[in-house]
Design a protein around this ligand. Structure first.
Ligand code: SAH
Ligand code: TYD
Length: 396
């Protein structure tokens, strides 16, 4: 490992975050990796050291579906409306189009999707959209250029941070983007992750957690640059980056300058910030485990809500298993009747709310807290309580 890379946080041995287990797989040995978080002192990028190959993580059994969440749907509806009004693009390319949650708001002939997981890609295709079950790489970008030409707008949410070779990603985006075209990227914000102690943003698929300072360094290497930023509440605090070719003379907006200032003031360009974060994460682990043990001693029934990839990191790092959580509820069909990776907690189908005999609900999908608390008013009225780990473990 080169000198500019500093390893600052060890989250232990972890299974693949989305590798939910079938009943007949419970006794099989799971493949694990060491979840180590690194900081690059030169370009300020925060990344995980080890992961699995893309083909292993993103295949025709991928369980995540964007459309399962109302907040995601709402956010994409709002954004697509804005894109149509502000940019009036004649064509749009989406990288990581999943089940079509973004694409579906556009005219079919104007939009193309790239999604390597064939089981979710086919959902978009069945709606009548042009999508390719491919990874974004040299070959795919060449094919796209040949068949569709260049694009006015390229969009990618929660995807580019899943790809190790960012220079390659942006080199290919540059080729496919019109000279006055716009690239819009959305991903969880490192600043928010550090502020909220949401260390569960780190798992095998999230190779990077971007910040404006780090992403702009990589973009600049590829003749691209950020000119505008939007802060979003989605996924526990995300940033939407508006990016242009360097040669395009759109002015850098205040939102961009303000975000850079905020990140530098918080210390995202200082290595000591990351060691302080590590200490908070270690305290958080102790507090969460103690809270579960204390509640369990009093014979409370605790379940989980939202078997997220993020919660795989929490459960395995804090060693919370089926002795502490009875089961998880989740609305995603591909997760139901399976078990959480590593910790083997059963996932049940969400039907009509949390059952009466439950005392506490651990918020696996804490990033949808508002949406969930609104949905579970009855449970709360009857004395039910929620547990969250962010910013520090507590009962809500
Ligand atoms: N854009 C959606 C889905 C995010 S999940 C949303 O914001 O809700 C991440 C998606 O990235 C998955 O659907 C995964 O298959 C896709 N992905 C992973 N690696 C990719 C690559 N190299 N090229 C294109 N898509 C990729
Ligand atoms: P999400 O936090 O988007 O993803 P990740 O897996 O990337 O960490 O996943 C939310 C999960 O929570 C998803 O499996 C669906 C589930 N969920 C529910 O079961 N009920 C709900 O009301 C919401 C909002 C989500």
């Amino acid at each position: 490992m080169s000198k500019e890379i500093v390893e600052f946080l060890d989250l232990g041995m972890q299974p693949m975050a989305n590798a939910f287990l079938k009943k007949n797989q419970l006794l099989k040995k799971e493949q694990k990796y060491k979840l180590t978080i690194c900081y690059n002192k030169i370009n300020y990028m925060v990344s995980i050291k080890n992961t699995f190959s893309s083909k292993k993580m993103f295949n025709n059994k991928y369980p995540y579906r964007s459309s399962m969440s109302k907040s995601v749907q709402k956010s994409f509806l709002y954004l697509t409306d804005k894109i149509k009004k502000k940019f009036k693009p004649k064509n749009i390319l989406e990288i990581g189009s999943n089940d079509g949650a973004f694409i579906k708001y556009f005219e079919k002939k104007k939009v193309v999707g790239i999604e390597p997981c064939a089981n979710v890609e086919v959902i978009t295709k069945r709606m009548g959209f042009k999508t390719y079950p491919k990874f974004w790489n040299d070959k795919t970008s060449r094919m796209i250029l040949k068949r569709h030409g260049k694009f006015d707008l390229i969009f990618s949410a929660n995807t580019l941070s899943h790809i190790r070779n960012l220079n390659n990603v942006f080199k290919n985006i540059y080729k496919v983007l019109n000279d006055n075209g716009i690239l819009i990227i959305e991903d969880p914000s490192l600043l928010e992750c550090l502020k909220r102690n949401t260390y569960d943003q780190f798992y095998n698929e999230h190779i990077y957690v971007f910040s404006t300072v780090s992403l702009n360094n990589i973009l600049k290497n590829n003749n691209l640059e950020i000119y505008k930023i939007e802060n979003l509440e989605i996924h526990g605090g995300s940033l939407r980056y508006y990016i242009k070719k360097k040669s395009n003379n759109i002015k850098l907006e205040n939102s961009f300058k303000k975000q850079i200032k905020k990140e530098i003031n918080f210390g995202l360009t200082k290595v000591s910030t990351y060691f302080k974060f590590k200490q908070r994460v270690q305290i958080s682990k102790k507090k969460l485990l103690n809270l579960f043990i204390r509640l369990k001693k009093k014979e409370n029934k605790i379940i989980g809500y939202g078997a997220t990839a993020k919660s795989t990191t929490i459960l395995n790092y804090c060693k919370i298993n089926s002795t502490l959580i009875d089961y998880f509820l989740d609305t995603t069909p591909d997760k139901q009747n399976k078990f959480t990776p590593g910790t083997k907690i059963k996932i049940k189908k969400y039907k009509n709310g949390v059952s009466k005999d439950v005392n506490y609900v651990f918020l696996g999908a804490w990033n949808f807290k508002k949406e969930i608390l609104k949905k579970e008013k009855k449970f709360i009225r009857n004395g039910g309580k929620f547990i969250t780990h962010t910013p520090m473990p507590k009962i809500l």
